[in-house]
Design a protein around this ligand. Structure first.
Ligand SMILES: C[S@@+](CC[C@H](N)C(=O)[O-])C[C@H]1O[C@@H](n2cnc3c(N)ncnc32)[C@H](O)[C@@H]1O
Length: 219
């Protein structure tokens, strides 16, 4: 069991996992990193679909995905923002290479841009995006309230954020050791503390995991 800490309103949450401590937190440019990317593409697709659905992307939206991994959601986002623009930031050069391979067409057409970056210092201007999303990265955010405020900085007023994560193991199953489930109440607390409005959570059992998405708005 991972050690716990308390959020600003006293909600219990796991301590952040150091990204470099697991191949799922910063897949290296080795066979292990490539295999981690392959597993993520295979296992996280249902969660990525849930995240994209709840983001309600419109054709002209400017969209950002944080920690896109192998790039499963980027493809769906670029299809939906058909007259807009999609950006992605990632810690891992290996995942940037993988997502570039999977999304070459949209990149060549100037509709998708991938950059190295972290949730703690997003390499875009204030008020840049209508929609921001991230799946299975919150476990690694070094300072959740500050990182959520950094996301809010790059969002336009009226913009929507979706944070998707594993919240509980399916009945009778143990949590995976690499990515323990994250409490929904802690994510709601984080977003409210960072200044987001209309914060709500949706929990669904998707294939393999119990998935939560916290949806929030920048007023
Ligand atoms: C568990 S994977 C999830 C990938 C993908 N979103 C998915 O759902 O399949 C976490 C990803 O977030 C990236 N990551 C970890 N810490 C990050 C941070 N602080 N900022 C941005 N990306 C981060 C990792 O490199 C990794 O690709």
């Amino acid at each position: 069991m991972s050690p716990e800490t308390l959020g600003p309103a006293g909600v219990s949450r796991p301590k952040p996992i150091a990204s470099d401590s697991t191949p799922f937190g910063n897949p290296p440019g080795t066979l292990v990193g490539r295999f981690a990317g392959f597993l993520m593409a295979l296992m996280n697709a249902p969660q990525n679909r849930m995240m994209v659905e709840l983001l309600e992307v419109r054709p002209h939206d400017q969209v950002l995905e944080i920690g896109f991994g192998p790039g499963t959601a980027l493809k769906m986002l670029a299809e939906r923002a058909s007259a807009g623009f999609v950006a992605g930031i990632e810690l891992s050069d290996e995942m940037i290479r993988a997502a570039t391979r999977h999304n070459r067409d949209a990149i060549q057409r100037g509709r998708l841009e991938l950059k190295r970056g972290t949730v703690s210092a997003i390499p875009y201007d204030d008020n840049r995006f209508d929609k921001v999303c991230t799946a299975n990265t919150i476990y690694f955010w070094p300072e959740p309230e500050r990182d959520a405020a950094e996301i809010r900085r790059v969002m336009r007023p009226g913009g929507t954020l979706v944070v998707c994560f594993r919240c509980e193991p399916p009945e009778g199953k143990r949590p995976t050791r690499s990515l323990p489930p994250y409490p929904v109440a802690a994510v709601v607390e984080t977003m409210e503390h960072a200044g987001f409005s209309d914060v709500r959570a949706e929990v669904r059992k998707v294939p393999l995991v119990m998935s939560a998405s916290v949806v929030a708005r920048k007023a």
